[in-house]
Structure formats: structure tokens, C-alpha cells
Design a protein around this ligand. Structure first.
Ligand SMILES: NC(=O)N[C@@H](CC(=O)O)C(=O)O
Ligand SMILES: [Zn+2]
Ligand SMILES: [Zn+2]
Length: 401
């Protein structure tokens, strides 16, 4: 990763259409680009934020993405394809992507919806059910387009009603085949027992399901998706690197559960697993910015129509694709760990999946931009994370070799 203080004009990203323009800071400032960790308000970092800077990193991948289908996909796909080279595409469509042939058909739809010239590669995922067969795992591996299998405990989250009711009781033969095929299991790690407090569901899942699963099949590669607790951090770190890893979303790094209730109910901060208390957020930030290879970028960007978020029984999911890279950079900068950003965004994921790292680069410029209030699609609009806020880091939309 390289940092450069540039005197070049900062170009606005035409696709993001910032609504306001900002004065360009003087290039004369010599700044420290690595402020000391955990001291974000030092004079050095204050100076750093007043100077134009560029951050060049290997092009990132998104290891947890919801693209949906139809009109929504057409609208959101360009936002991911602009910044990310590859993405693990989640299979919780209606109906879910339970077979390789459905995954291939869905992949074809995605490829058709890509902007001309885009080199974005969707990595497909199978939706695990109680009746998925080991044979299906062999077919998936042979296809060359399926890279993982997703465990949704039935009823845990959006479109999970066809998910698994008893992973250890019903899916062992499939999981054993996944070990043979080196196919990772991606986990929405929450129990669904209505008697378990919503805020404890990840912790209880780890104790009741994940720990026994790892003990039973230590060779199975597992990604705990969108971790939200210090319990998950402790669990991941108690497991072997290369066998158990976790994705982390921008919202779980930046927000605690107060954000759900600030000044009134905030449906656009509602996702699953639900935001947790501040101590958990801090544990996740420390883990991710420590340089550990067990964590990588997974936005869990999950678009829902504004009307489905702002209603009496709102959907879970935060749409972060257009803002995610700016937000991750903000988190790493705030703890003085920008030098660890690239491994999180671009190395740890492909290394875990056994895929090559990307070779092209992306540039993040310190160039404040205003997040649009909404993004339009076919018949409605989607409200993005950080709607209307000004973000500091602007990613370039073209790969640079
Ligand atoms: N994270 C969410 O709150 N929602 C996701 C599903 C998921 O990833 O659990 C969605 O598909 O909307
Ligand atoms: Zn989930
Ligand atoms: Zn998700």
C-alpha cells in the first residue's frame, strides 16, 4: 500500500454525484500519514485531515454481498462493480439459490446486468437446506462458479424460511463432502429460539452450534458472516487461522445499538444480527485493525425498498455498497491503522478462499463527498447507509495498474 500526498486536482466521481463541492486544501502541508494508534485527535491527525492525500490499495473484493435480482439488481450492481473486483453473492433470493443450475442462471443474469466493460466477477453461493445432497456439493465444485455454501438457520433473517432447521442433525453428510471439496461454509450465526434475547443470539449460536460444529469437523472452512460481538471475536481467534474467519460490515464497525434509537426509531440502521452495545463495537474494531488475517471485508450490503424499511414491520438490511470503502477507510483512519486497511480489504479474503489476490489497484482520495439521500431503481428508491452525510475518502472508479 502506498500513501501519496498529491498536488493533482481532485476529480469528483461523476457516478456518485456529490451534491456540494468543497474547497481544495493546500498541498504544501507535510503531514504524518500514520497518526499514532488509538489517538485519533492528535495534532498530527488533525493536520492529516486538512491535506489532500491519496491511498493506493490493491483492488478490494466484497466477501458478503446481496445483489437481489430484477430492477434492484440493475440499480445496485454498478455500485459494487465500480469498486470491487469480485463478490460473494448471497443466495437468499425468492426462491433461494439452492442448486448449482440456479446459481449458474443467477450468475448469467448478473453478467448481463453489468455495465459495459466491467471486469467484476460474481462468486456464487449455494443456499443450504435440510435436503441439500452431498452430490450437489460435488456438482457445485465442478461448475467452477460456486465458491461457497451459506447456512441460514431457518427463520433467522431475510428470506431464510427455507434454511436449515438442524445443521448437526440434518446436514452432516453435506458438510463432510464440503470438507472433501474444500468448499467453505458461510454462516449467519444466530439462533432462532424466540426465548433467546435478540442481543444474545450470536453468542448462543457460537456456544450451541458453532463450537460443536468446529469440534466435529475441524477441517471444515467456516466464515462467520457479519460478526457483531466480542464473543465472536474471541471465538474466531480461538480457532485456527485458515479454518475459521469472519467478515465484518461497515455498520458493525461504526455504529452501536444507540444508533437504532437516536432521536426516534431509525429503521435504516436496522440489520441482522442487530447492532450491539459499544463494548462489542470496540472489540470488533480492535480485532479488524490489529492486522489479523482472520478478518476480511464483507459489506453485507442489503438493499430494501425505502417503503419496506419505513413501515410498521420493517425489513432488516442496510444498503452500503456505494459508501462501504469510504466507511472502512474512516474506521481504520480513526484508530491510526490505515496501513492495515489493504490486508483487510484485499488480501485476507482471497487468501482464505484460496483465490489469487487482485492485481489492479484502486485509489482512495481525501476528497469529501456527500452521500446521496436515495438511489433510484425501477419503481422506488433505496436509502444508503450514511444517507446525506459527508464522507472523507472518495474511491476512484477506475482500476489503476
Ligand atoms: N443482514 C440483514 O439484515 N439482511 C440481509 C440478510 C442477512 O445477511 O442476514 C438481507 O438479505 O436483507
Ligand atoms: Zn446474515
Ligand atoms: Zn447478508
Amino acid at each position: 500500500m502506498q500513501f501519496a500526498i498529491t498536488t493533482a486536482a481532485v476529480s469528483a466521481n461523476p457516478h456518485l454525484k456529490p451534491l456540494v463541492s468543497f474547497p481544495r486544501p493546500s498541498p504544501q502541508h507535510r503531514v504524518r500519514v500514520h497518526p499514532p494508534r488509538h489517538r485519533p485527535n492528535t495534532r498530527a491527525s488533525a493536520m492529516a485531515s486538512s491535506a489532500t492525500q491519496e491511498l493506493t490499495i490493491t483492488r478490494p473484493d466484497d466477501w458478503h454481498l446481496h445483489l437481489r435480482d430484477g430492477d434492484v439488481m440493475a440499480a445496485v450492481l454498478p455500485h459494487s462493480a465500480r469498486h470491487f473486483q469480485r463478490a460473494i453473492v448471497m443466495p437468499n433470493l425468492k426462491p433461494p439459490v439452492t442448486t448449482t443450475s440456479r446459481a449458474i442462471a443467477y450468475r448469467d443474469e448478473i453478467m448481463k446486468a453489468l455495465p459495459p466493460g466491467s471486469s467484476f466477477v460474481p462468486l456464487m453461493t449455494l443456499y443450504l437446506t435440510d435436503s441439500t445432497s452431498p452430490e450437489e456439493i460435488k456438482i457445485a465444485r465442478k461448475s467452477g462458479v460456486v465458491f461457497s455454501v451459506k447456512l441460514y438457520p431457518a427463520g433467522a433473517t431475510t428470506n431464510s424460511q427455507d434454511g436449515v432447521t438442524d445443521i448437526l442433525g440434518k446436514c452432516l453428510p453435506v458438510l463432510e463432502e464440503m470438507v472433501k471439496q474444500e468448499m467453505p461454509l458461510l454462516v449467519h450465526g444466530e439462533v432462532t429460539d424466540p426465548h433467546v434475547d435478540t442481543f444474545d443470539r450470536e453468542k448462543v449460536f457460537i456456544e450451541k452450534i458453532l463450537a460443536p460444529l468446529v469440534q466435529k469437523l475441524p477441517q471444515l472452512k467456516i466464515v462467520m458472516e457479519h460478526i457483531t460481538t466480542m464473543d465472536a471475536v474471541n471465538f474466531v481467534e480461538s480457532c485456527k487461522e485458515g479454518h475459521v474467519a469472519a467478515t465484518v460490515t461497515p455498520q458493525h464497525l461504526l455504529l452501536n445499538r444507540n444508533a437504532l434509537f437516536q432521536g426516534g426509531l431509525q429503521p435504516h440502521n436496522y440489520c441482522l444480527p442487530v447492532l450491539k452495545r459499544e463494548t462489542h463495537r470496540q472489540a470488533i474494531v480492535s480485532a479488524v485493525t490489529s492486522g489479523s488475517r482472520q478478518y476480511f471485508l464483507g459489506t453485507d450490503s442489503a438493499p430494501h425498498d425505502k417503503r419496506m424499511k419505513e413501515c410498521s414491520c420493517g425489513c432488516a438490511g442496510i444498503y452500503s455498497a456505494p459508501v462501504a470503502l469510504s466507511l472502512y477507510a474512516k474506521v481504520f483512519e480513526e484508530v491510526g491503522a490505515l496501513d492495515k486497511l489493504e490486508a483487510f480489504t484485499s488480501f485476507n479474503g482471497p487468501d482464505f478462499y484460496g483465490l489469487p489476490r487482485n492485481t489492479s489497484k484502486i485509489v482512495l482520495r481525501r476528497s469529501p463527498w456527500k452521500v446521496p439521500a436515495t438511489y433510484a431503481y425501477g419503481s422506488g428508491v433505496i436509502v444508503p447507509m450514511s444517507t446525506g452525510n459527508t464522507l472523507e475518502w472518495l474511491p476512484s472508479d477506475q482500476p489503476e495498474e
